[in-house]
Design a protein around this ligand. Structure first.
Ligand code: SAH
Ligand code: SF4
Ligand code: F3S
Length: 456
């Protein structure tokens, strides 16, 4: 292994777990002399960390590979460019990728990033096939346990991977494997390391994060596996950590302890992402979500009773096979009842190998488009109303970086809203109280309340 300086460009698609994985790949490659580059031009190693969730996401990989080809040719004279495809497309399509796009040197699935140095060496030797897409998730985290380089004050920490739910539209159980939780000690060590580097906010990640059931910390073996509520309270004790979030949760895995944590753990932010996907019980059943619309609403009500200021976000799919106008109206009814602070919405995308793809009653693309537009109008109005409802309130804002205008800082409210404030640069990395004065769909603006800092 040489330690000469090399340039590494990683492009990340998809969810926060991929963002986390990209950071960990950077960490694994840093000791080999790879330094982050802003563009692929002239890079020694390019990694596309891909997403397979919808057809559009998966197709982006191939168009990006097309753009990389001339860059790779240019670089041939000066050391060459190694191109790796990582992530969920790598897992789903494996060696097919190298057949379809010979520009690719290696394919690595989400569970084997610790093997990257070995795979790169192999690709260099052979300039041929190097493929690793096995499921060995325990190994992954053991071997990635080393130092994390951090930028900024908010960090992702994967605590759970994989999914056993098998929603009939979704590829994740196939690309990320079975549900698995990291041991509490390992997570705590990682969060301590982040806090020591100035991180103030952690977002605990998992495809089914509230199904977390990690091995208890040493000395507490008698407890049996810990749930997410216990983990959150434990992380709240780590010095320097001021804010905790987690995503993504499944309604089936909501337990009393986690709901209680929203009531009694002030470091747990009052913003909760709980996807429901649809409002019709018939469609929920066909999706294999394993809950009804009423059960979802009941969870939201319990959360609001526990933490009255909690804001809810979600995910919705329109045009799942068999969805009638009446079913779609039920989705709109549910959205009106929940009143989301923000919500992602998607047209159903038929994914190869999932049960939904083979179902009767596939919906016309044009109908999906119309339904999506109606739903998004409603969701946008709710988001604007939520943001405007913050005007006049004083919110704690974690300042993350300079804003677009001189003298301005960019921060986040407890509800994950972007907030722009005139404030001194020394406040970056701190939480300040901000009086909210203006709101748009995507951001808030305000002024420092007295300019003092607080730990709230
Ligand atoms: N584990 C999370 C999210 C997984 S993927 C959960 O259970 O909610 C993120 C979102 O993508 C999903 O919530 C869903 O709304 C959307 N999605 C997943 N598969 C899809 C598909 N085939 N077509 C359209 N949207 C999809
Ligand atoms: Fe996909 Fe459903 Fe698992 Fe979420 S719970 S990752 S939507 S299968
Ligand atoms: Fe996409 Fe894989 Fe995440 S399919 S949404 S990158 S788990």
């Amino acid at each position: 292994m040489s330690s000469t300086r090399k340039r590494l460009f990683i492009k990340t698609y998809g969810c926060q777990m991929n963002v986390y994985d990209s950071e960990r790949m950077r960490d694994v490659l840093a000791p080999l002399g790879y330094e982050p580059a802003e563009e692929p031009d002239g890079a020694d190693l390019v990694i596309l960390n891909t997403c397979h969730i919808r057809e559009k996401a998966a197709e982006k990989v191939y168009s990006e590979l097309g753009r990389l080809r001339p860059l790779k040719e240019e670089k041939a004279a000066s050391g060459g460019m190694t191109i790796a495809v990582a992530g969920c497309v790598a897992q789903a399509e494996g060696a097919e990728i190298m057949k379809r796009a010979p520009v690719v040197d290696l394919v690595v699935g989400p569970q084997t990033y610790h093997k990257l140095p070995e795979l790169i060496a192999q690709a260099h030797r052979a300039r041929g096939e190097a493929l690793d897409t096995e499921f060995e998730v325990e190994d992954k985290f053991d071997r990635l346990a080393g130092e994390r380089q951090v930028e900024g004050y908010s960090a992702f920490v994967t605590v759970q991977e994989g999914c056993d739910k098998f929603c009939t539209f979704c590829v994740v159980p196939y690309t990320r494997g079975a549900e698995w939780s990291r041991p509490v000690d390992q997570i705590v060590a990682e969060v301590r390391g982040l806090a020591a580097k100035g991180v103030r906010e952690v977002t605990l990640l998992g495809q089914n994060v509230n199904a977390f059931h990690g091995a208890p910390p040493s000395g507490r073996e008698a407890d049996g596996a810990w749930g997410l509520g216990q983990l959150v309270r434990h992380i709240a004790l780590i010095g320097g950590i001021e804010r905790i979030r987690f995503t993504t949760s499944h309604p089936r895995d909501m337990d009393d302890d986690l709901i209680a944590a929203f009531a009694d753990e002030p470091k747990l932010m009052p913003y909760f992402h709980l996807p429901v996907q649809a409002g019709s019980d018939k469609i929920l059943k066909a999706m294999n979500r394993q809950h009804t619309a009423a059960e979802y609403i009941a969870i939201i009500e319990r959360l609001r009773a526990a933490r009255p200021d909690i804001a809810i976000s979600g995910d919705m799919i329109v045009g799942f096979p068999g969805e009638t106008d009446t079913d779609f109206q039920a989705t709109l009814d549910l959205v009106r009842e929940v009143n989301y602070a923000s919500c992602f919405s998607f047209k159903y995308s038929r994914r190869p190998g999932t049960p939904g793809a083979a179902m009767m009653g596939q919906i016309d693309e044009a109908v999906k488009g119309e339904r999506l537009a109606v739903l998004q109008d409603l969701l946008n109005a709710q988001q604007i109303a939520f943001n405007e409802s913050r005007i006049g309130r004083t919110l704690p804002v974690l300042f993350e970086k300079p804003g677009r205008q001189d003298g301005q800082l960019h921060g986040r409210s407890p509800y994950l809203q972007a907030v722009h404030v005139e404030a001194p640069a020394e406040m970056i990395g701190h939480i300040g109280q901000v009086v909210i004065e203006r709101a748009s769909r995507n951001a808030l603006a305000g002024r420092l309340a007295g300019g003092e800092r607080s730990a709230a």
